[in-house]
Design a binder for this molecule. Sequence first.
Ligand code: PEP
Ligand code: MN
Length: 544
Amino acid sequence: MTRSIETFRHALDAIDSDLLDRLAERQQVVDLIGLIKRTHRQSIRDEHREEHQRTRLRQLAERNGLGADAADGLLDAILDQSRQRQSEGPPQGALKVAIQGQPDSWSALSLAHHLGEVSQPVHCATFREALSALRSERAQLALVPVHNSTIGTVRPAAELVTAPDLVTLAELAFPVHHCLATVAPVALSDISHVHSQPPALHQCTNRLAQLGVTCVDEADTAAAADVVRTLADPTHAVLCSPQAAERRGLVIIERNLNDHPENATTWTLLARRPAPSRPWRLSARFGRPDHVVSIGEVRVGGSETVVMAGPCSVESEKQLRTAATAVKAAGARVLRGGAFKPRTSPWSFQGLGEPALELLATVGAELGLPVVTEVMQPDRVAMVCEYADVLQIGARSMQNTPLLRAVGRVDKPILLKRGASATLDEWLGAADYILAEGNDNVILCERGIRTFSRATRNTLDLSVIPVLRERTHLPILIDPSHAVGVARWIPDMAVAAVAAGAHGLIVEVHPEPSEALSDGAQALTPEGFDAMMARVRAVTQAMR
Ligand code: PEP
Ligand code: MN
């Protein structure tokens, strides 16, 4: 089979996985409709609706070149599966839906309107809490307001709902007509304070300004009604739903005082995203161009072969400065050096710790080289960030998920090394942990894997380069030093990596390899590194 067929088949596999993921999302909506049908004793099959779907899909399929017959076949398969699913159905009983707010808050009313008898609210104090109720399976769904016709985006809810582990099943609009209520009949001019949730107050800005009242922020509109009832002071009014006022025995002084009489809010109905058919999705290429990670002026992922170099461990100021000066002169763009070392034996040199970070920052700044160094513990991420430009996650830490999440929350690029026995799925799954926290700047680094071969320290998996180039948009670096473990074999593998399409290299260089406190056998001398760089430049040139 020719290589191009293989390549295109991989592309198809990725698309098919995505189709299945989308169908799993569809199934969640199908289950919801099934529950509503059963609760209302409606028949599962609706031939009128099916006809409508068929016409619509045939039209779409004609337009995008699939052809109407293909649409028929697909729809038959999907409808069959949906009908079967709805007749078997998930367990009967009301769905727990997490909402922010008390009974009679606008979220509670919207839920009652849209999902009435099939739902049971799980009341939460904040949007964040509502989403954590969903994530921790205390609720099956969450209903969160994201947009309002008067004030626009509802913050912070709108930002929270885009998390990759959640999926939007539907967007549901509901009219929001606020009323002003107090504990006893009172003249409008006697009201001095109005309690409510900030977005609600915002929706009534004009009227509240006319009344010249002081606004008091509360957790939600119904909670505000409770506060006003407890205060029992008729000069303190609440802005809430008429239901919240009436059920608390409050007197409605004015209705519909929102700035726009047609005020309406849109809620997002969220579910947990079904587990994807592969453990990674954010690092998937999905047709995206190569992602270029910027480290200061240095761009990793473009046409330049970026070389990072320096000693395995920072041992002294002199050692680091000598190594750094040499690698810079030879063309390295980033300085490496370990401060915290993940050694096999606790009796071996463990790194100098924070003093090494200080030296890296000083020498790096002196030479104009950004620095990369390993962080091993979540509680040291902030400290390492103070000194480093790139944080390295070492091979041994690749599946330390709290560490991955912690570095996902910083605004520095991450060099993610492949675990010594990690599969591609596990490695990209680890990258997803970082990306899922919002850090897009992940550089993958292959550093040799454990195989039966004892010829070299590890086996450099060069074949992973073309595979990664196809499956992910993230840049790929090769670490021939830890892969090969013997200095004189490293340059050959470095040039091979560049020829295979790596975006760069990370290489260990020591001014006196025989004196090194760690990984001396694999350290290039400054001269050896310089010679390697000449070959790397030649291959980069030839590859253009
Ligand atoms: C290192 O880069 O110094 C290191 C320890 O690498 P790895 O995690 O790949 O073994
Ligand atoms: Mn090392």
